[in-house]
Design a protein around this ligand. Structure first.
Ligand code: HEC
Ligand code: HEC
Ligand code: HEC
Ligand code: HEC
Ligand code: HEC
Ligand code: HEC
Length: 503
């Protein structure tokens, strides 16, 4: 049989090694992908292996094949007339050359198609929720767990964190390369620092799905609390929150989403990196050009500080900074567990005991889970032996629910807890709105940013049982603090006493 010349030159060690590398990696890829397709299971590490580790080996193998052939050709025995020829001559009139050329082009074509498909898969893989959330197991665990319990659990990480287009893709992969290095060398910060500096502006993220012109009207919300007394007494507050918003064209531009009014620009200068202290706010009416600057009377910025700063334009994320990674405080998480019946409300003092155990500092999640179980069991054994004897099932449920509350919200390995990432919506355990609305921000002409309790919401009902009060008019009720603290709730922000645990 007539042999192709190229095959004659292919018999060399380099080409052989290359071919073996291609065969082995190719086969491994097919087997891993085949298994995943058949079982339907997929694992973030197999993705990294198939799309990131194997391809370079495959490419290297593929490269070795022609290199081997070429070297062999250069060293062939040749007639004296050809000694000066450095490159092969291709003569398509020779059948041998024709066939070789067809073989090589077909091979290259298949190779190009496969690598396009591969890169496309790799692109998709690195954009998947699995890849972002589970590859670096411990590092992304808090974000991934909280994300799964959030209203955005079906929105891919990349919709918020990586923009569309090649520019953002490259940027995020460059940052990603550094992150891989930081994880490999254990150099990443715990907790991961926020605010995230290179998060895109809201126009390119949130506003793809929620547009600021939309008018929301008011939303009714019920806040359910349980007190730290023996009976775990309930206390609920039912409010109408004036979300508002709207398009200046239709005239409806009121309520909380006023800040996002397209015809207004709200800018501010924070004192700290986490933007929790805001001594300086400026609003510009884009229609009239009117500018008003408000400053914290008690603790204003100096002229130099203002000169040196670049004001930040307020956007969705200045209030909704935890749209998908909400770490509930122990106070809130235990309230939820009691409300939904996972903890029986008639277990005496359970709100206090469970909250305390959840809020304590632990080195690892395991340690926390053990301490929680021991803490609850020994509390009832020592303080309420009767209950310990007869309500074993209830106590066990309380242990499980407290452990679950812990695992979903606190991540000791990453030092992530509610206090590490303040939530800027509201003002109950973090300053949130009160960063500007505490009543001490004044403009030059003497106006104040409102601190009126009814500016943002009206209370429809509050309390419970015999203490329940219902509003009789549209103006709602005046707030009543469940525990007698005199007028302290007017003088201080709620967040100054309510820190997410027992006040
Ligand atoms: C709805 C939009 C949205 C989605 C979806 C989303 N994030 Fe976030 N993420 C944010 C915002 C907003 C922040 C906070 C930015 C700030 O405070 O500066 C954030 C913060 C983070 C942080 C910084 C640490 C922290 O907890 O604040 C990490 C890490 C992170 N996200 C990872 C992920 C991962 C992994 C996924 C997918 C499993 C994901 N995100 C999905 C919007 C989102
Ligand atoms: C890919 C689309 C998408 C993007 C991007 C997105 N969201 Fe959402 N968002 C949704 C959907 C869908 C819901 C409704 C979920 C539901 O009703 O359970 C929602 C719900 C919400 C809610 C109401 C939550 C609640 O408690 O009911 C808020 C607030 C919100 N998003 C803010 C944001 C912010 C802030 C961003 C930007 C960081 C953002 N969203 C980005 C799709 C998106
Ligand atoms: C000044 C703070 C603030 C800003 C800025 C802000 N929001 Fe809100 N938003 C709120 C509050 C407060 C609520 C009421 C719900 C609550 O208390 O959680 C709300 C409610 C929402 C809801 C839920 C409405 C519903 O019907 O469930 C969505 C969606 C939302 N905001 C999206 C956005 C988007 C998108 C932006 C940016 C264009 C934005 N918000 C800017 C404070 C703000
Ligand atoms: C960066 C500072 C800042 C933050 C943070 C902030 N606001 Fe405001 N807010 C302002 C300023 C400035 C005004 C306008 C005051 C004026 O000139 O009337 C305003 C006005 C309002 C108004 C009145 C709108 C109208 O109809 O006139 C409401 C309601 C409001 N804010 C709610 C909130 C809520 C709720 C939050 C927290 C989720 C919040 N704000 C957070 C600065 C802020
Ligand atoms: C600048 C707007 C604003 C002002 C002023 C304001 N609130 Fe609120 N308040 C909010 C928002 C927004 C929430 C909802 C937070 C959420 O959705 O979690 C809230 C929540 C609450 C809650 C429920 C908290 C919880 O978790 O149980 C109470 C009670 C409350 N406010 C009382 C008051 C009282 C009393 C005042 C006056 C001293 C006041 N608020 C002033 C915006 C405001
Ligand atoms: C001076 C400190 C202080 C301030 C300020 C304060 N509280 Fe309280 N609050 C307490 C104490 C103490 C309790 C009693 C704890 C218990 O036994 O349940 C309490 C209990 C509560 C409870 C019952 C459930 C629970 O978590 O214990 C609610 C609801 C509440 N406060 C809301 C508010 C709101 C809303 C504000 C702001 C408008 C506020 N508080 C301001 C000290 C304070």
């Amino acid at each position: 049989m007539h042999k192709l010349i190229i095959l004659r030159y292919a018999q060399n060690k380099i080409t052989l090694v290359g071919t073996l590398m291609v065969l082995i990696t190719g086969l491994t890829m097919v087997v891993v992908l085949g298994l995943e397709a058949m079982t339907g299971a997929s694992n973030p590490y197999s993705g990294i292996f198939v799309f990131m580790v194997l391809p370079p080996i495959l490419f290297f193998g593929l490269l070795l094949i022609p290199i081997g052939v070429f070297r062999r050709w250069r060293r062939r025995k040749r007639p004296a007339s050809e000694v000066t020829v450095r490159w092969p001559r291709i003569d398509l009139n020779l059948p041998d050359h024709r066939r070789t050329l067809i073989l090589v082009s077909m091979g290259s074509l298949v190779f190009i198609i496969l690598s396009i498909m591969g890169s496309y898969q790799a692109f998709h893989h690195t954009e998947s929720v699995e890849f972002c959330g589970q590859t670096c197991h411990t590092v992304m665990k808090p974000e991934f767990v909280a994300y799964q319990n959030s209203p955005h659990a079906r929105v891919p990480c990349t919709d918020c964190h990586v923009g569309a287009g090649a520019g953002w893709y490259a940027k995020s992969k460059l940052a990603g390369a550094y992150q891989v290095y930081a994880v490999a060398t254990n150099k990443y910060p715990r907790p991961i620092r926020t605010p995230i500096k290179n998060l895109r502006p809201a126009q390119e993220t949130c506003e793809q799905c929620h547009w600021p012109e939309r008018f929301f009207g008011a939303q009714q919300r019920q806040f359910n609390h349980f007190m730290y007394d023996e009976e775990n007494s309930p206390w609920s507050i039912n409010m109408l929150i004036k979300t508002g918003g709207g398009d200046p064209k239709t005239g409806q531009t009121s309520g909380i989403h006023w800040h996002m009014n397209i015809s207004m620009k709200v800018e501010y200068i924070p004192r700290d990196e986490r933007r929790q202290e805001i001594p300086w706010v400026r609003i510009t009416d884009r229609r009239t050009g009117r500018v008003t600057t408000y400053q914290d009377e008690e603790n204003p910025l100096t002229e130099e500080e203002i000169e040196a700063a670049t004001p930040r334009i307020m956007d969705c994320m200045d209030c909704h900074n935890r749209p998908s990674h909400t770490y509930s405080s122990p106070d809130h998480a235990i309230d939820q567990a009691i409300l939904t019946g996972r903890i029986d409300r008639d277990l005496p003092e359970i709100k206090r005991v469970a909250t305390e155990l959840m809020a304590a500092e632990y080195e690892t999640e395991d340690e926390a889970l053990h301490a929680t179980a021991n803490g609850i069991l020994s509390f009832y054994l020592n303080e309420y032996p009767d209950i310990h004897e007869n309500r074993g099932g209830s106590i066990e449920n309380a242990v499980l629910a407290t452990q679950q509350a812990f695992s979903q919200n606190i991540f000791p390995e990453m030092k992530v807890r509610w206090s590490a990432y303040p939530d800027n919506i509201g003002h109950f355990i973090n300053p949130g709105c009160m960063r500007c609305h505490l009543g001490n921000h004044k403009s030059d002409d003497g106006r104040k940013i409102t601190n009126d309790c009814n500016a943002c919401h009206t209370i429809l009902s509050q309390g419970s049982g015999e203490d329940l009060q219902m509003a009789e008019t549209q103006d709602g009720l005046e707030f009543v603090h469940p525990e007698d603290i005199d007028e302290a709730w007017r003088e201080y922000g709620c967040f100054e006493c309510h820190l997410g645990t027992q006040p």
